[in-house]
Design a binder for this molecule. Structure first.
Ligand code: NAP
Length: 244
């Protein structure tokens, strides 16, 4: 019997757990940070809450006798990915990063690519007055000082930060192209701020922006550790299969 720990918090992690569920001689545990109030529940066992840094995760891997570790966290969840890489080395177990490819700019896209949310906030005043922030709820602080800008903020759970000059839209993807077109028109959005998350679930807003000739301030991904990588769930499943 082998034990697989999936670090989750993404649709890919849920899909992965569903696909390896039922493999003979494999037990699956998915770990969630516990940020989302009503998270989608993966197949198999689930644990919720922080580990306590790389050392805490390494202790957990040993105590739980984990044989395989797959980091299927969001491309912007950088800290846990560095912790996972260090903990896997420390515990001496194979480790895979499941990281979907970034979105690539295509003809018609008006992207302003920036390396951080702080830089994105600096770009906004010269660009637009009505802005759609599709960056979740954890990194809104740099936009608070922009009192001349109106923000539409979409997140799964309510943000902790209060932005008076805007509106919160609580919603969870995937979003259709028609939904996104309508939303951009209805709120007269002049620019979007987005993380370069990759994947299909939230790509419709990028297509809608292209069609409506709306600029996108695209925040680039943080660095992730080197090591074994899979770009999709199917490749991660075959990585598991080879190790059983
Ligand atoms: P982060 O900055 O990398 O993580 C901060 C801390 O949260 C980590 O150091 C770790 O705490 C704990 N943590 C993160 N993921 C965990 C997991 N799967 N299981 C147990 N503990 C975890 O990540 P984040 O940006 O706060 O994201 C938190 C979770 O939300 C991740 O699981 C991620 O996949 C998901 N998510 C993030 C985004 C995003 O844009 N950042 C978007 C969608 C989903 P300790 O060091 O104390 O162990």
């Amino acid at each position: 019997m082998k034990r697989l720990l999936i670090l989750g918090g993404t649709g890919d992690a849920i899909e992965l757990a569903a696909q390896v569920m039922g493999f003979p001689n494999l037990e699956i545990i998915t770990s969630l940070a516990g940020r989302t109030r009503n998270p989608a529940v993966p197949s198999g066992d689930v644990r919720v809450g922080r580990f306590g840094g790389a050392t805490g995760l390494s202790d957990y891997l040993r105590e739980q006798e984990i044989d395989l570790l797959i980091d299927a966290t969001h491309p912007f969840a950088a800290q846990i990915s560095w912790n996972a890489a260090a903990a896997a080395i420390d515990a001496g177990i194979p480790h895979l990063i499941l990281l979907r490819p970034s979105w690539e700019k295509v003809a018609g896209d008006q992207w302003i690519e920036v390396e951080s949310m702080e830089v994105a906030a600096k770009v906004i005043p010269g660009l637009a007055q009505r802005v759609f922030l599709t960056i979740g709820r954890q990194q809104l602080a740099p936009f608070v000082p922009l009192v001349e800008t109106w923000f539409l903020i979409r997140s799964i759970d309510p943000p902790d930060i209060f932005i008076s000059n805007g509106q919160i839209l609580l919603d969870r993807g995937p979003f259709s192209l028609e939904q996104e077109r309508q939303l951009l028109r209805e709120y007269q959005i002049e620019a979007i701020v987005s993380k370069n998350s990759g994947g299909d679930a939230t790509y419709a807003k990028i297509i809608a922006a292209r069609e409506l000739e709306i600029p996108v301030v695209m925040v680039q991904r943080p660095a992730v550790p080197l090591g074994e990588r899979a770009i999709d769930v199917a490749s991660a499943v075959s990585w598991v299969t080879k190790r059983l």
